[in-house]
Design a protein around this ligand. Structure first.
Ligand SMILES: Cc1ncc(C[n+]2csc(CCOP(=O)(O)OP(=O)(O)O)c2C)c(N)n1
Ligand SMILES: [Mg+2]
Length: 302
């Protein structure tokens, strides 16, 4: 699954391989070794397939409901225009009549790929914070995010198991989406938890949504990773120009900001505190903001 598809197939299914496998090229090698890749419902654009692209083998088949998307970013051997479910059902209907030369499950290779990828990241603070969230997160909770460094951590490390339980702002990556989206998700599914994973910059595009959530007793939870800057932008400025401009942010006291709206606010300095804060947050009937102060070097890391 590409980032936008997280949760379409449960990430603990033995045939499921997600973006996390991209560490040290494990997922890329897996794809490159394939005889043929069948892409279902992905535009393969930058936000979906990554700015570095995916190393597809020569034979690529793409199914999409939108004709313009087929072959737009990657050359395809075969393009099939249609509804994913309908086309997949048609393929399944034809399969028994086809000669099958080999039936070898890739489950073992997928498991190996995941184990190698996970083994290489567990010392990283980003992984540890996402692991804490994972432990506290119900299987059907809806996660929203936008474009922070933590958004990248969530794409790589967080596992989702159900469709529409991981919502990014798609190809635009627009800041300000994450928290209002969590409020909307909690309204749509009052019996489930809604969690926004966001940076200090992104959260400050739409903090007033805290007021709406308090007013209507909507328990959406925000985890704000605060490095007091537009970290991703600052990093790109460093890389391309060797200097930064306009990327530092005055940091409000996020806990008091939440409390001033009548929401609950707390600070989590390490993954264990984040886990405890989330478990407490699920119990409330008002929104909770959990601020996680992080060093700038974490968002500036490649
Ligand atoms: C509406 C909007 N404006 C600007 C951007 C460009 N942009 C992408 S990431 C980013 C920085 C985000 O900062 P923060 O939320 O604090 O996350 P961090 O990078 O520090 O982890 C900016 C300004 C954007 N994606 N959307
Ligand atoms: Mg930031």
């Amino acid at each position: 699954m590409t980032p936008l598809a997280k949760g379409t197939i449960p990430e603990d299914h033995p045939l499921s391989l997600s973006w996390g496998g991209r560490h040290e090229g494990h997922l890329d090698r897996f794809l490159a070794e394939a005889d043929v890749v069948l892409v279902v419902g992905s535009s393969l654009d930058e936000a979906d397939a990554g700015s570095k692209g995916l190393p597809f083998p020569e034979h690529l088949i793409q199914i999409d409901a939108c004709r313009e998307v087929i072959g737009r970013t990657c050359p395809v051997s075969v393009g099939l225009v249609g509804d994913a479910q309908a086309v997949l059902n048609q393929i399944l209907t034809e399969l028994p009549h086809m000669e099958q030369t080999m039936r070898r499950s890739p489950a073992a290779r997928i498991a190996e790929c995941i184990a190698r990828s996970e083994g290489s990241v567990q010392d990283e603070p980003g992984w540890q914070f996402m692991d804490a969230i994972q432990q506290a997160l119900p299987r059907d909770a809806v996660v929203t995010n936008d474009a922070s460094r933590a958004n990248g951590w969530a794409i790589f490390y967080l596992r989702r198991y159900l469709p529409n339980t991981f919502n990014i702002t798609g190809n635009l990556g627009a800041l300000g989406y994450a928290f209002p989206a969590a409020v909307g998700a909690k309204l749509a599914y009052p019996e489930r938890q809604a969690l926004c994973i966001v940076g200090d910059g992104g959260f400050q595009f739409t903090p007033f949504s805290l007021g709406t959530a308090v007013q209507h007793r909507i328990n959406a939870v925000a985890v704000v990773f605060n490095d007091a800057c537009y970290g991703r932008i600052k990093r790109m400025q460093h890389q391309h120009f060797g200097r930064t401009i306009g990327a530092d942010l005055p940091s409000p006291d996020f806990v008091r900001l939440a409390e001033s709206y009548g929401a609950a606010g707390c600070r989590a300095d390490d993954p264990q505190q984040l886990y405890d804060a989330l478990v407490a947050a699920w119990q409330r009937d008002i929104p909770t903001l959990i601020e996680v102060p992080i060093e700038e070097r974490l968002t500036l890391a490649s």
